[in-house]
Design a protein around this ligand. Structure first.
Ligand SMILES: [Zn+2]
Length: 435
């Protein structure tokens, strides 16, 4: 192979195409190409077609030897040889470029990988390629959707985690919008993302899922949201429901914070300021008693002595610690004793926020204890949520939930990406001496 044209075509690597001309501008390499096909049958009747004319189509490909590459395809238009045929005229197509596409498939797949697997901003990839945002997003949809919809992506799931993440911040037009993530807790992948955090949205997702697949789910971990508990019914009634430990302690923390802010307001007449005793210990209050250092402990006690005349914050702090105590043991029997102690203590408390905490714990008693029985928690979900946040950050906010879902699933959904060649390593010119 020493003919310059065939050498260039080997470099191009698009079979079925021949190169007509290559020239270079300061900004890009321009490669004029056409297909080799000369004999074509009509798609409708099979009669041999006549060449009609050509139209120029500009296509962006992956960069070539460090230079942006533009393919100029002189696309042929054909006319049916039979003048009575309904097909009349058509333009040729190729497997290398999607219909009406601006990117070659190999370029579109690479753009999808950059945006999906690496969570890069669409705008950045678009700028690098020299196309507009929509071109890249269309390629991500075209090549990414089959990867996400691949039935082999999600296998058998025995432990399901459900957690909400915010999707759009509140604006004048709408409150904060949430999305519900469904996570395979064993394989640590995002199974799907549902718009909203209501019972109805979760239920309708379960309704569309394969009943046999749902039947294999033995454990479902959620936070203490009634909407999720309701949304799991009836399709996941057979699974053991677990209240996620992190969210259980979070509920106790929130009750404590509420009491602190109310007492602060009642005693001082304003919201927390930097020098207020309770405001100064707000973080110490929330950290676990066993994590406090000696000076930290003293500051906490001092803050309570000054800022908490009726011991309301102190009571809420004890309630919070009693909830944390449930997780000091792995033994289900001990946990039951500790939880019941916490529930009774809270329900008998004089502080209304603590009594409300007690009612919540009582409502979720079985789910809280199921953690000790099954060992399941939403821990893996938190790791995935970090990846979700990465997607959210790089998108600088999403307008379309569908695009958001696609990009989250491409990044965290355990997608099997098309294989790329793994080239043999070229050894360094100065091998390390063994001596
Ligand atoms: Zn025809």
């Amino acid at each position: 192979m020493n003919n310059p044209t065939s050498l260039a075509e080997t470099l191009l690597g698009l079979d079925g195409f021949q190169i007509l001309e290559v020239h270079e501008t300061p900004d890009e390499l321009i490669i004029n190409i056409e297909t080799r096909s000369t004999v074509v049958g009509c798609p409708a009747c099979g009669v041999r077609a006549q060449a009609k004319d050509r139209m120029r189509v500009d296509i962006r490909d992956l960069p070539c030897f460090g230079r942006p590459a533009r393919l100029v395809w002189m696309k042929r238009r054909w006319r049916c040889g039979d003048s009575d045929c309904e097909a009349k005229t058509w333009t040729e197509t190729t497997d290398h470029v999607p219909p009406r596409g601006l990117l070659t498939n190999r370029c579109g797949i690479e753009a999808t990988r950059q945006v999906g697997e690496l969570a890069r901003p669409v705008a950045g990839v678009a700028k690098e390629l020299g196309v507009c945002w929509w071109t890249v997003m269309d390629a991500v949809k075209l090549h990414g959707t089959p990867l996400v919809d691949d039935p082999g992506r999600v296998g058998k799931v025995t432990a399901l985690g459900i957690d909400e993440t915010s999707f759009l911040k509140a604006t004048k037009e709408h409150p904060t919008l949430y999305a519900t993530g469904l996570v395979d807790l064993n394989h640590r992948i995002m199974i799907d993302m549902v718009e909203g955090n209501s019972a109805a949205s979760l239920r309708s997702w379960c309704k569309n899922a394969d009943p046999k697949w749902l039947g294999e789910i033995a454990v479902v971990a959620t936070d203490l949201a009634e909407s999720y508990r309701a949304g799991l019914s009836p399709y996941l009634d057979h699974a053991i429901r677990v209240a996620d430990p992190f969210h259980v302690t979070q509920v106790a923390n929130r009750a404590l914070d509420k009491v602190r802010r109310r007492v602060q307001n009642e005693t001082l007449g304003h919201r927390g300021r930097k020098s207020d005793p309770l405001f100064r210990i707000r973080r110490l209050l929330l950290s676990g008693a066993e994590r406090l250092s000696e000076p930290g402990n003293e500051r906490l006690l001092l803050g309570l002595r000054i800022g908490d005349p009726d011991n309301e914050v102190h009571g809420a702090w004890l309630a919070k610690e009693s909830v944390r105590d449930i997780y000091l043991t792995d033994d289900p029997m001990q946990a039951e004793v500790l939880l019941d102690k916490a529930i009774i203590g809270c329900l008998e408390d004089k502080v209304p926020e603590v009594r409300s905490l007690g009612r919540t714990l009582k409502r979720w008693r079985n789910e809280i204890l199921n953690h000790h029985i099954t060992g399941a928690s939403n821990g893996p979900t938190e790791g995935i949520n970090l990846c979700v946040k990465k997607v959210k950050r790089c998108g600088h906010g999403f307008k379309s939930f569908e695009n958001y879902r696609l990009r989250v699933l491409l990044h965290t959904g355990g997608v099997s990406w098309p294989k790329r060649p793994s080239p043999p390593r070229i050894r360094t010119r100065n091998p390390h001496l063994n001596a």
